[in-house]
Design a protein around this ligand. Structure first.
Ligand SMILES: Cc1cc2nc3c(=O)[nH]c(=O)nc-3n(C[C@H](O)[C@H](O)[C@H](O)COP(=O)(O)OP(=O)(O)OC[C@H]3O[C@@H](n4cnc5c(N)ncnc54)[C@H](O)[C@@H]3O)c2cc1C
Length: 375
């Protein structure tokens, strides 16, 4: 009932990959709470996803990969996020950085990064800066020219999976313009140990300090452009939708098994009404997302595209469903051992990840109202 949102079939051949990922996800779900409690990267999950062909699949055909569709990507991340949203986040960031480096560096190092992704090397995005806030594609750090490239000093925040990354996708201003680079982390890149988050704890999204790190000219890429396979914008809504699905599952399980004065909680009318409202809005969020993925597969770009709207709605609905879970869960759901509290913590993160719900709302609202963007 809660998962009857799949409207459009995926392409031939993608079903098998999704079945393999769904099998793996059953095992990931069983240990997700333990990884969260220990705030530990589930490296074994990432290895299993690579073995299952996820990294080869996500690489576009133009970069030598299998060319997963947006619809297939969305389904894959959603399956993962329902089971273990930290693994879903790390894999999305890894795939996003790997595909971006393969595409951005095109004719220079593109085939090198594509081969590395297919070989099982790990990638992470070091884009967000303390001073650029949510506008992670607009770096404030200026890279200064040096022999063979440019030098970068400054911090990048919330770099998910950075501790196990073989390559970082890094941006900085070069001659006043945002430029993108592949960076092999060396002794000039260090972790500032402030990391410890409320939710998505198994992403270990660290603050990185760069101290005269060389941005090599040979690993310099162009900026993102239409037509690139946009893994992260397409994957982020699925993280919140997967969390929302899991939160609704936990809520339903609790409401059906918890008896109050001789009757299951599910028999109380307020629970039925609230669940109807939450499930219907969640189904609408899934439908908008499916439509946006289909549009992306068909090259249809809409005003601040529907993937951003789908993220906005998915982020909000996930928090709403998770909060309802806490109400329905009562004291039992408030216990640390309950999945209900973890879903609430995880749901909050979706709104923060760029672009945040506030940034998206600003763009959509200005567009609807006809208010020009500020320079
Ligand atoms: C779990 C997690 C994983 C992440 N992983 C990565 C990663 O792998 N790589 C990476 O580079 N980044 C990553 N990020 C960073 C993320 O994508 C955001 O860029 C970053 O969190 C936003 O910056 P900030 O936290 O400094 O928030 P701030 O920018 O300080 O935001 C504070 C508030 O201001 C609002 N706000 C900010 N800018 C604007 C604006 N221009 N207009 C209107 N409102 C605004 C925000 O919505 C928020 O409500 C991750 C974040 C999280 C939570």
């Amino acid at each position: 009932m809660t998962n009857a949102h799949f409207i459009v079939p995926v392409r031939d051949g993608e079903r098998e990959l999704l079945d393999r990922v769904a099998d793996l996800a059953t095992g990931f779900a069983a240990v997700a709470a333990d990884y969260d409690e220990r705030a530990e990267l589930a490296v074994e999950h990432l290895d299993a996803l690579h073995e299952a062909g996820a990294d080869d699949a996500v690489l576009p055909e133009s970069s030598g990969g299998a060319g997963l569709s947006y619809l297939g990507l969305g389904r894959l991340v959603r399956i993962l996020a329902r089971a273990d949203p930290s693994t879903a986040t790390i894999w999305t960031m890894h795939a996003g950085a790997g595909v971006a480096l393969a595409e951005f560096t095109g004719e220079s190092s593109g085939s090198f990064f594509a081969d590395e992704l297919r070989a099982g090397k790990r990638f992470a995005n070091a884009l967000s800066e303390p001073a650029s806030g949510n506008r992670f594609l607009q770096p404030q750090h200026v890279a200064e020219p040096t022999a063979g490239g440019w030098l970068l000093s400054g911090a990048k925040r919330f770099v998910s999976g950075s501790e196990i990354a073989d390559y970082l996708l890094v941006n900085a201003l070069v001659a006043g313009e945002p430029a993108f680079f592949g960076v092999v982390p060396d002794e000039t890149v260090s972790i500032v140990p402030i990391w410890d988050t409320l939710g998505l704890r198994a992403t270990r999204s660290q603050l990185l300090a760069f101290d005269d790190t060389v941005l090599r000219a040979e690993y310099r890429g162009r900026a993102p452009r239409p037509g690139d396979f946009a893994v992260i914008p397409a994957g982020l809504p699925a993280i919140s939708l997967g969390i929302a699905d899991a939160a609704l599952d936990a809520l339903v399980e609790h409401a059906r098994t918890r008896e109050i004065l001789g009757k299951p909680l599910a028999h109380q009318q307020w629970v039925q009404y609230e669940v109807a409202d939450a499930q219907t809005r969640l189904a609408a969020a899934h439908a908008l997302y499916e439509q946006a993925l289909w549009q992306a597969d068909h090259g249809i770009a809409l005003f601040f595209d529907n993937l951003s709207r789908a993220k906005y709605l998915a982020n909000k609905v996930a928090v709403d469903v998770a909060q309802l879970g806490v109400r329905v869960g009562g004291g039992s759901g408030y216990l640390k051992r309950s999945p209900i509290q973890r879903h609430l913590r995880d749901a909050q993160a979706g709104q923060l990840m760029a672009y945040s719900t506030e940034v998206i709302a600003g763009v959509i609202g200005r567009g609807v109202l006809g208010v020009p963007d500020e320079a």
